[in-house]
Design a protein around this ligand. Structure first.
Ligand SMILES: [Zn+2]
Ligand SMILES: [Zn+2]
Length: 251
């Protein structure tokens, strides 16, 4: 059985309840970190996972609330008491390589790996086979480089993660019949912002994709003032889970 652990259920807005985005997918053979907002590197320690344990780093897009801890991760891999020796693959949407190259220019040898191999790659149309996982991606309706991921596990189960997005057919296709669909739900009903989802739109994606369970995350503080799950349930009658930091969900 595989688990998803929510490391940060919030956004870029500082919150004591909700950290910046980041989640772990822990399968039999592989530990995947998806997005690493500020604080995610440290938050992993709460469940006994370190940056050494991560096999694959996936980024949904380049907004700082999703990628802020990337440089700290590379820095830790290089200068810890025990430098990393396991290869690390980092994957992002179009423009990810150029973004990392700019960061390398700024941070130079501080982040240049010495003891391990770092691969920086951009998603392609073809699924990526990585150990016991098959990883698919689709563009999301947020920024030009935004992608969502669908990860299929060896036992046939699947997890789809939108990252930040508005409603689109691509999200529905990515999520089709997923066992766990993790959608952003930035703002309550009536306060929708372009490029993000409201509870009813998240519910619509869940309904149209026939996912088994829906988890709502990327919650701005306004979401904690109302009953987001109830608003979503108006549209989607299946199981809805409201993310909390360090929540662990079996897939
Ligand atoms: Zn965001
Ligand atoms: Zn964003």
């Amino acid at each position: 059985m595989s688990d998803v652990v929510i490391l940060g259920s919030g956004t870029g807005i500082p919150s004591l309840r909700r950290g910046s985005p980041g989640l772990l997918l822990l399968s039999n053979e592989t530990r995947v970190l998806m997005d690493s907002g500020s604080g995610v590197l440290r938050r992993m320690l709460d469940i006994g996972i370190t940056y050494h344990d991560i096999d694959l780093l996936l980024y949904t897009h380049l907004h700082p609330d999703h990628i802020a801890d990337f440089i700290p991760i590379l820095f830790a891999c290089k200068y810890a008491d025990l430098p990393r020796d396991k290869d690390l693959l980092c994957l992002g949407g179009p423009g990810f390589e150029a973004h990392v190259n700019q960061l390398k220019k700024i941070y130079g040898r501080w982040v240049e790996p010495r003891s391990y191999h770092l691969a920086i790659e951009e998603v392609s149309q073809k699924p990526l086979l990585f150990r016991d996982l098959r990883i698919f991606s689709k563009p999301m309706a947020h920024t030009p480089e935004s992608v969502g991921y669908r990860i299929e596990l060896a036992d046939g189960k699947s997890v789809a993660v939108s990252g930040d997005t508005d409603y689109s057919r691509d999200v529905v296709e990515l999520a089709t019949e997923a066992d766990l669909l993790i959608l952003e739900c930035s703002f309550p009903e009536g306060k929708k912002v372009e490029g993000h989802l409201s509870p009813s739109l998240a519910g619509r994606i869940a309904l149209e994709s026939h996912c088994r369970r829906l988890l709502l995350t990327h919650l701005y503080p306004a979401c904690d003032q109302v009953n987001i799950v109830e608003q979503c349930r108006e549209v989607f009658k299946g199981e809805i889970i409201l993310a909390e930091d360090l929540m662990r969900i079996g897939v």
